[in-house]
Design a protein around this ligand. Structure first.
Ligand code: GDP
Ligand code: MG
Length: 441
């Protein structure tokens, strides 16, 4: 895939929209990549159709070829979906905060309980681990080992007391937490190898009895396609507020992340990456997007191409102004496009003298307007672009007709341009443009 997409590295200078053929060709590749990453088919379909929609509306980038541009859209969209609502644990107004873990057997709940306890302890909390998996013989002991490693207390039914009732254990653990001043209670629950009604009912009962702030659905990233069904079953059966992906140290491409996020709409909060307690981190959407797409090389190329393009533009502008050449309407358009493309980083420029004014000019214009501005400028003759002073009433009317806007809009653009030109002349004559490399200071 990489080879095919990178082989065409032409610098596309024409403007307009991405062609349907470009979009379809790249969408096919993306589809394969997602399926290979084990994203569930319905999720892939939905995702691809959304990507196509976005790609159709996107202005052709001057820095990227069409394939790269679609990949960039996919990557941005993936990050947006995966990270849409990343959030931290919610803590209860009155302690203890109850966190309940749910998921299939072997998903990594008990291990996660230990990791979470350790992590919370490092953040200054005093968690209590609660053993509510009373089904498997060694489950309680396994949690006790975790607690010991994390240096955190474990609440469990007395051994030899016969088989305890997990709901009652969960309930009494809250009283214990209050008594011993634990501000967080982490409830480890039982799981089955497959979804079953008895297990689901037990989880529901524990949830009712403890009213947790967070029910976290723990899912093994290796399960791939099946993640969708499991997530849906737990969503319907118990309900949950957040997702933890485990076993990300394995070779799974992580399609489960996208599937679960899309199907349940719940944020992925943590990632588990090994058997040790330290193998645990907040979930990073950008890393996961890269892993799912598996196009690290292409994404790097895309970044480079864009950066080079921006640098080229900046240097061109700076060189031009420094050599005493005048700031033209073409430059005006280029600069608006460039600043807009920088996105939030462009906002930083607002803090620098000079660029702040330019930024303001750009901020008055939203994306749709930018298209209109571009259309207006393109409807001008080269002579008019070079010498905007000549744009009188009848020329304005012609330009307005040519670009499908009102004469007023043409006039307002010309006025804004003269303001920008004045500003750029002042800067070129004086101190150079702060923040623009290569200009005089
Ligand atoms: P539970 O049945 O949901 O409580 O799952 P466990 O916590 O007992 O974990 C099942 C197995 O997976 C154990 O052998 C764990 O050591 C292992 N495990 C849990 N989380 C991870 C992880 O992130 N990476 C790896 N490699 N193994 C894990
Ligand atoms: Mg367990």
């Amino acid at each position: 895939l990489s080879d095919r997409l990178t082989s065409v590295f032409t610098n596309l200078r024409s403007k307009g929209r991405l062609s349907e053929a470009d979009i379809n060709a790249t969408a096919r590749e993306i589809r394969v990549a997602l399926l290979e990453a084990d994203v569930a088919l319905p999720v892939v379909k939905e995702f691809i159709s959304r990507i196509k929609e976005r790609a159709r509306g996107a202005e052709v980038s001057q820095a990227l070829n069409p394939a790269q541009q679609v990949v960039k859209i996919v990557n941005d969209e993936l990050i947006a979906i995966l990270g849409g609502e990343t959030r931290r644990i919610r803590f209860a107004k009155t302690a203890p905060t109850v966190i309940m873990l749910a998921g299939l057997q072997g998903a990594g709940k008990t291990t996660l309980a230990g990791k979470l306890a350790r992590w919370l302890k490092e953040e200054g909390h005093t968690p209590l681990l609660v053993a509510c998996d009373l089904q498997r013989p060694n489950a309680v002991q396994q949690l006790q080992v975790m607690g010991e490693r994390a240096g955190v207390a474990v609440y469990a039914p007395e051994p030899g007391n016969g088989v305890g009732d997990p709901v009652r254990v969960a309930q009494s653990s809250i009283a214990e937490a209050k008594r011993a001043q634990h501000d967080v209670v982490i409830i480890d629950t039982a799981g089955r190898l497959g979804v079953d009604t008895e297990m689901m009912q037990q989880a529901v009962d524990i949830r009712r009895a403890t009213d947790p702030e967070e029910v976290l659905f723990v899912v093994d990233a290796m399960v791939g396609q099946d993640a969708v069904n499991t997530a849906q079953a737990f969503m319907d059966g118990v309900g949950f507020d957040g997702v933890v992906l485990t076993k990300l140290d394995g070779d799974a491409r992580g399609g489960a992340a996208l599937s679960v996020r899309e199907i349940t709409g719940k944020p992925i909060m943590f990632a588990s990456t090994g058997e040790k307690l330290e193998d645990f981190d907040l979930f990073h959407p950008d890393r996961m997007a890269g892993r799912i797409l598996d196009m690290g090389d292409i994404l790097t190329l895309i970044e480079q191409a864009q950066r080079t393009f921006d640098e080229e533009q900046t240097a061109k502008m700076a060189g031009k102004l420094a050599s005493g050449e005048d700031f033209t309407l073409e430059d005006f358009l280029d600069q608006m496009m460039m600043i807009r493309k920088m996105g939030p980083i462009g906002n930083l420029l607002g803090m620098l003298p000079g660029m702040g004014q330019m930024r303001q000019q750009v901020n008055q214009i939203d994306d749709k307007d930018l298209d209109r501005v571009a259309a207006i400028i393109r409807s001008m003759t080269p002579a008019e672009r070079a010498e905007p002073k000549m744009i009188n009433g009848s020329r304005r009317a012609r330009i307005a007709r040519g670009s499908g806007v009102t004469v007023g809009e043409v006039s307002s653009l010309v006025t804004r341009f003269f303001q920008a030109q004045k500003m750029m002349r002042a800067m070129a004559g004086g101190m150079g443009i702060p923040g623009m490399p290569g200009t005089r200071r």
